[in-house]
Design a binder for this molecule. Sequence first.
Ligand SMILES: Cc1cc2nc3c(=O)[nH]c(=O)nc-3n(C[C@H](O)[C@H](O)[C@H](O)COP(=O)(O)OP(=O)(O)OC[C@H]3O[C@@H](n4cnc5c(N)ncnc54)[C@H](O)[C@@H]3O)c2cc1C
Length: 379
Amino acid sequence: MNIPIIISGGGLIGNYISLRLRKSGIQSKIIEKSNDLHDSNSSIRTITLNPRSIKLLQNEGIEISSSSIKNIFASDADGTGRINFSSDDIGYKELSSVIMFNELNAVLRKENVSNTLFNTEIKSINYDSANEETEIHLSNSTYYKSDLLIACDGRSSNVAKLYGFKNIGHSYDQTAATFLVNASAKNNHAYQVFSEKGIFALMPAPKGNNIFTVVWSLDNSLLEKYGLEDFIHKNLKYFERKLGYRMDIQSDILSFGLSNHYIDDYIRDSVVLLADSAHSIHPLAGQGVNLGFADADVFCSQIEKAYEQGFKINEPTYLRKYSIERESLNLMMLKSMDLFVNAFKNDNPYLRLIRNLGLNYVNKSKLLKAFFIERASGS
Ligand SMILES: Cc1cc2nc3c(=O)[nH]c(=O)nc-3n(C[C@H](O)[C@H](O)[C@H](O)COP(=O)(O)OP(=O)(O)OC[C@H]3O[C@@H](n4cnc5c(N)ncnc54)[C@H](O)[C@@H]3O)c2cc1C
């Protein structure tokens, strides 16, 4: 069967692309490995979206409940460094919005349910250069030909592996724990503490007053003596003291191993990588899927342009514009996150002094703060 676009992976980005292109008249089919039913009980995980990602979703008619972050307070627990960002600094309504991951995933999946094949994955990919077509065989024994094959199948991308893209990455030897707490902090404030007990973030969750989400990145060495749950229950008090708020855990604790990776070229023949299939970063700045939405926006704009101007949707000139615009920006974000992780991991007193001076210096400069906020907002 022929279909213009095959998308491997029906996560946030695969579903967004399929919905947007369909509205522009370009049909696609999503190949999703998991079952279509998601576990509604596991609505613990949140995700922070910047204003650009929110706008992209709204343009497609996607509205879901969210909580606003208007102020972010970051500090070095072992020093004097402090920085705070406010939406007022640059006249924004908010810095970012926190949404429930599963809620957005379910809304986007519903939009594409009729063009998604669940419980299946791609087993082989062959490029027919004479016809500029990609042939795909699935695990359910069906077969498709398409003009474009798009990988949105996450950080262990099946398509990237099958098509031999070179993956460069490393493990942080850290675990991120995430859970909901009841806290008396202000509802539009977010807090981040860099400390010897890990990087601790507290953000308002869209679950009613006083419910906050914690994302806590911990070195695995800290977990050798106690397991994750024990460590969290024993050390939450430390952050209660640092922030001045009591926190009562309200959910199970989810955990994720942390690593980063990037692929040095996002396009080969008519196979294109986007979002986590092409790059993944440390979650400390909550930017991973925002980079994915920015990839998807640039990619869709190019495909829409080619289609409107009567070119084939796999015309290399248009595809290349996507990779030229996104690859270096994504790599820059990955390297910046690594710089932060390493600077705050290191106990060297000189480095601590420099990072504290650096935080305080940026905090005093309106111009530098505006620069960082603009970057984080996806502008
Ligand atoms: C602890 C943590 C906190 C985070 N917080 C934030 C945040 O606040 N803000 C932010 O911007 N980002 C955050 N991120 C990053 C964000 O979760 C990812 O960037 C985002 O989920 C990537 O979306 P995606 O659609 O590219 O991939 P995924 O969400 O990984 O989706 C991939 C999809 O492909 C499917 N799939 C997998 N394998 C196959 C296969 N072989 N065949 C077919 N389908 C397949 C999967 O089932 C899934 O549906 C966080 C990440 C972590 C770990």
